[in-house]
Design a protein around this ligand. Structure first.
Ligand code: NAI
Ligand code: MG
Length: 340
């Protein structure tokens, strides 16, 4: 088969981690006997400079009909529009501990041993997309962003989360804030959908408590379902649990299974241009893309290569090397990953 992907490097470390991922994807494709065609496109500031728009028509045309979009990171503009345009409502963020990085966690190793959480974040609605603006009245100037969810938007992401929980360990925790936001009844709507998913335990939890529980006792979680804002915040806790934000990848899917694949981190301006970015988050996103295509062999090759290189002690700087570990830059890590 031939797969056509669109790579959108963006800014900061975006181009560094996307280049790494493309090189590794090309190698596994060759080994597994399929072809990946890569077209490059623009979003955000680089798109504004080139086309006068954060989310240009040229990018849409390249993405239409592609088998996946591989994304780096941007500082501003375009990404929310891209997610909305293709209705990428279902954002999957696996948080899995890697054995050789147990001691890199911000928590004690016994607290994160075997950790395997899937955060499912609603991605095209909520406060990021509600009525917003600045205005003024007799009290003064003010700004507002409104958190809006149609019941049907909550129900459709709930069904995705319930299905994932059913395929996993059967526990679905809902991140909600119904004590302060009673008109967004996540608990009731998810419980109604759950009637079709026997065997799944639905556990509502106030999001502030949930954030604390992720730090105190993360092993208790299986699938966590969250709205757009809460899911954004909770998933960075995942970075601290596994040892670095740079390790986590994500898939954002629409109802047709078309997806946008990216690390959960941003442009990391503090380390951009130094060649030291950790590419494993973006690579994790590529694994999700290959799995979505059904290319399990290729996905497994990447996972195995990553585990091998980390077990050998190689670390990018975000994993703060010490003692017996070997500090490597991005380029060296790619070469190690490509070596059989
Ligand atoms: P960030 O995720 O870019 O960086 C947070 C910290 O983690 C920094 O110390 C950074 O060096 C480190 N880090 C992140 N990814 C890393 C990697 N792959 N390897 C090594 N270290 C890594 O978040 P920050 O600093 O809050 O945001 C920077 C910019 O990125 C902002 O303009 C923000 O709007 C944007 N952003 C973009 C996102 C996207 O395009 N999807 C997502 C999050 C933030
Ligand atoms: Mg974020």
């Amino acid at each position: 088969p031939i797969y056509r992907i669109v790579a959108i490097p963006g800014e900061g470390i975006g181009p560094e981690v996307v280049e790494a991922a493309v090189r590794i994807l090309q190698q596994v494709a060759k080994l597994e006997g399929f072809t990946i065609q890569v077209n490059y496109a623009w979003l955000g500031v680089t798109a504004l400079e080139k086309f006068g728009s954060y989310f240009p028509q040229a990018t849409i045309e390249l993405c239409n009909g592609a088998d996946g979009i591989l994304f780096g990171a941007v500082t501003q503009g375009g990404l929310l529009e891209l997610r909305k345009h293709y209705d990428f409502f279902c954002n999957l963020r696996p948080i899995r501990i890697i054995d050789s990085l147990l001691h890199k966690s911000s928590l004690r190793p016994e607290k994160v041993q075997g950790l395997d959480i899937l955060i499912i974040r609603e991605l095209v609605s909520g406060i990021y997309f509600g009525h917003a603006g600045r205005s003024q009245d007799e009290t003064g100037e003010y700004g507002y962003h409104t958190m809006i969810y149609y019941d049907q938007e909550i129900r459709r992401i709930a069904r995705q989360a319930l299905q994932k929980a059913q395929q996993r360990r059967g526990l679905l925790t809902i991140a909600h804030k119904e004590n302060a936001l009673p008109h967004l009844p996540w608990t009731r709507l998810v419980q109604e959908e759950a009637r079709e998913f026997p065997g799944v335990i639905v556990e509502p939890m106030l999001v502030d408590n949930l954030a604390m529980q992720m730090v105190i006792n993360p092993q208790r979680f299986d699938v966590i379902l969250a709205g757009n804002l809460f899911g954004d915040i909770l998933s960075d806790i995942g970075g601290a649990l596994v040892g670095s934000l740079g390790l986590l990848g994500s898939a954002s899917l629409n109802a047709d299974g078309f997806g946008l694949y990216e690390a959960i981190h941003g442009t990391a301006p503090d380390i951009a241009g130094q060649g030291i970015a950790n590419p494993l988050g973006t690579l994790g996103a590529c694994v999700l893309m290959l799995e979505q295509w059904g290319e399990m062999g290729a996905a497994q090759r990447i996972t195995t290569a990553q585990e091998r290189v980390l077990a050998q002690g190689y670390r990018t700087a975000d994993l703060s090397p010490q003692g017996v570990e070997k500090l490597v830059n991005t380029e060296t890590l790619i070469k190690l990953l490509l070596a059989e």
